[in-house]
Design a protein around this ligand. Structure first.
Ligand code: NAD
Length: 363
């Protein structure tokens, strides 16, 4: 059962195509700032409750990112491993046609699990309006994931966090959990700014060297051997060893629930930037805050993707996207960290208050 509160959800639309078997739903959480933006998740187990939680996260993320967009998310119940391409296309297009009464007027779709640019092409074609979704292929005006907008934003959030703590990125040490789209780009920009990468992990484990890992060589190792743990030198370990690394900064860029309450004692970072979604609970963040470790929350730090998606929606290009990601992530991270300091809260509490204030001010 979805819980309703003062924020939303405003509308839940359930759709079904008896002929083709498509079953799906859209949860439009809050549209006070603009049409709700959020992904389409296609899994066999996706539920209205799961989608409602994601829609709420999008409400906060878009509000803090300062975009004229609300929060929404949708789901299609289907197992794409058991479908041919033609069957998947038929399901996505049936879903697109069924939600046309709210899309794009109240909901603008985007990729999420098992939905990428090809599916967004099908979705936009079935809707008939190119503005029905973002994450489309380049030939339809899309801004591809491979540009690394989220990792670029995570880097700028980290830069603001470091400055907030009186640290210069040049010479600072950092570790990155996950070396995929977000982690790779964040680590690249950090390295370009003069920071020293001392540990990196992926699904196979972690590689650490207090004297520094060469970013280009590490990227080459990941590309050629499929894992950072095959890097030529340094100490390899288990994935969770990343939490015990001695570095000024940790950038999370892989799994949810990475940090548990029991890890707080052994952690010695000064700053953690949450590039991944929900790497820890709010309670754990509060414990780290009490310990003096600054945590920049996920929906503040990793909003580069939604900002890029907004630029695509407005018909903008690559340069405009990078400029806006830098500007908005820098501005909003500063606002959140200063608000947290002034009001004596942890940053997530301050960011949630900011998001609510922005939504309520737009009555
Ligand atoms: P990705 O699939 O490109 O990369 C994930 C990386 O994590 C891979 O290198 C994988 O090997 C590694 N990994 C998996 N299990 C691990 C473990 N136990 N320990 C360490 N590393 C592990 O994914 P991504 O797009 O980079 O997304 C990473 C996180 O960022 C996810 O939480 C995602 O929801 C979040 N996020 C991504 C974007 C985006 O635009 N890509 C936007 C917002 C949030």
């Amino acid at each position: 059962m979805v819980a309703f509160d003062e924020t939303g959800p405003e509308k839940i639309l359930q759709v079904y195509d008896p002929a083709g078997g498509m079953k799906g739903f859209v949860v439009i959480d809050n549209t006070r700032l603009g049409p709700g933006k959020g992904g389409i998740r296609m899994t066999p187990s996706v539920s209205v409750e799961e989608v409602a939680r994601l829609a709420r996260a999008m409400t906060w993320k878009n509000a803090v990112a300062g975009r004229p967009c609300g929060g929404a998310e949708s789901g299609i119940i289907a197992d794409d491993r058991k479908m041919s391409k033609a069957e998947k296309r038929a399901i996505v297009q049936a879903f697109s046609r069924a939600i046309k009464p709210v899309c794009p007027s109240m909901y603008i779709a985007a990729p999420d699990m098992n939905i990428a640019e090809t599916e967004m092409r099908w979705f936009a074609e079935a809707n008939g309006d190119n503005k029905a979704c973002t994450g489309k292929p380049e030939d339809m005006g899309g801004l591809p994931h491979e540009l690394g907008s989220t990792g670029f934003g995570v880097f700028h959030a980290t830069k603001v966090g470091a400055e907030h703590l009186g640290m210069d990125l040049n010479g600072l040490t950092f570790a990155v959990e996950g070396f995929g789209n977000v982690g790779w780009f964040a680590a690249k920009h950090m390295t370009d700014a003069g920071a020293l990468l001392v540990a990196a992990s992926d699904s196979r484990g972690v590689i650490c060297d207090p004297d520094g890992l060469d970013f280009d060589k590490l990227a080459e190792t990941k590309k050629e051997k499929g894992t950072v743990t095959e890097y030529s030198h340094g100490k390899a370990g288990n994935c969770e060893d990343i939490l015990g690394v001695r570095a000024d900064v940790l950038i999370t860029a892989a799994i949810p629930d990475l940090v548990k309450d029991g890890d707080v004692d052994r952690m010695r970072f000064k700053l953690i930037t949450e590039g991944s979604n929900i790497p820890m609970s709010h309670e754990t963040e509060k414990k780290l805050y009490k310990k003096g470790i600054l945590v920049i929350p996920d929906f503040v730090a990793n909003a580069g993707g939604v900002i890029s998606s907004y630029v695509e929606y407005k018909g903008g290009g690559v340069d405009e996207m990078f400029k806006l990601v830098e500007k908005k992530i820098t501005e909003n991270t500063k606002i959140v960290l200063n608000k947290a300091k002034e009001e004596g809260h942890d940053p997530r509490t301050a960011a949630l208050k900011l998001a609510k204030e922005r939504i309520e001010s737009k009555q």
